[in-house]
Design a protein. Structure first.
Length: 268
């Protein structure tokens, strides 16, 4: 009798778990169907666009090519233009997700004249940057752009030229410490210069970020977020927030966002 009671209790538990799983799947089904339908429509629109079948996986698409060393991924994309002479190509990030890649100035010009913001690319930036001028599009973007334009009038920016000069002098001092004839990557220096100018002009905050560099928790968090966003875009399952939140990169992203947002609150 005790054994029979144990079996019945286990059966009840299994039924409860099965019922919870069924409810979860039924609730999730509309979102899955909507996502599949959206990607199917995009795939149909891209039917006549070239794509590289040599590096294509039937499940992961080109995702495997895009993961890892981004330098090699960029070399591969350049080869599509140089070797095959394509102006555009489509990259498959998974079985359904298609991304249009422009490989020629003429093609890029046509895209940039339209509203080129793609939710797939900008969605991962939302928890970090919010729905501001960079990410918003359509009527909201036009409205915010009109409101912001007067702030960048030449007469308003002119008093800040002294700040620009001081920040540039700091960067040049750092460059003067590099041995003559030695090549170096200017991107990190320009990035920190831009951040330094923005903080000093918009928030009157002396961050000294060009000198401290990555010793600052904020700078570390910004670089980490940039890297995590690229990795997320290139790995199609991570597009879904609930999936990404369960991954180690999702935990790191959330932690880095807290550091950046706390810094913003303290500065403002």
């Amino acid at each position: 009798m005790e054994f029979l009671g144990w079996v019945l209790s286990q059966s009840r538990s299994s039924l409860v778990y099965a019922a919870i799983a069924t409810v979860f799947l039924v609730a999730l089904l509309p979102y899955v169907l909507r996502a599949v339908l959206r990607q199917w429509r995009i795939a149909r629109a891209f039917t006549n666009v070239n794509f590289d079948r040599r590096e294509h996986h039937f499940v992961f698409g080109h995702s495997l090519k895009m993961l890892g060393d981004m330098g090699k991924a960029l070399d591969w994309m350049s080869s599509l233009a140089n070797e095959l002479g394509w102006k555009t190509t489509r990259i498959h990030l998974g079985p359904m997700t298609n991304v249009l890649m422009t490989l020629h100035p003429d093609a890029a010009k046509a895209v940039l004249k339209s509203d080129p913001k793609v939710d797939y690319v900008y969605h991962p930036l939302m928890p970090w940057l919010g729905d501001g001028l960079l990410i918003s599009y359509g009527k909201k973007w036009n409205r915010n752009r009109r409101l912001l334009t007067p702030a960048f009038h030449y007469d308003i920016l002119k008093p800040y030229t002294a700040v620009y000069k001081e920040s540039v002098d700091t960067m040049l001092d750092l460059w003067s410490q590099i041995p003559e004839g030695q090549s170096f990557d200017v991107f990190p220096y320009i990035s920190l210069l831009t951040l330094d100018v923005m903080l000093r002009c918009t928030c009157s905050f002396e961050s000294n970020c060009q000198v401290t560099k990555t010793h600052s928790p904020y700078i570390k968090a910004v670089y980490q977020l940039s890297d995590l966003v690229v990795k997320r875009v290139m790995f199609f399952p991570a597009y879904y927030d609930w999936v990404y939140a369960l991954t180690p990169n999702g935990w790191r992203y959330k932690k880095a966002c807290r550091v950046v947002h706390q810094f913003s609150v303290e500065v403002i």
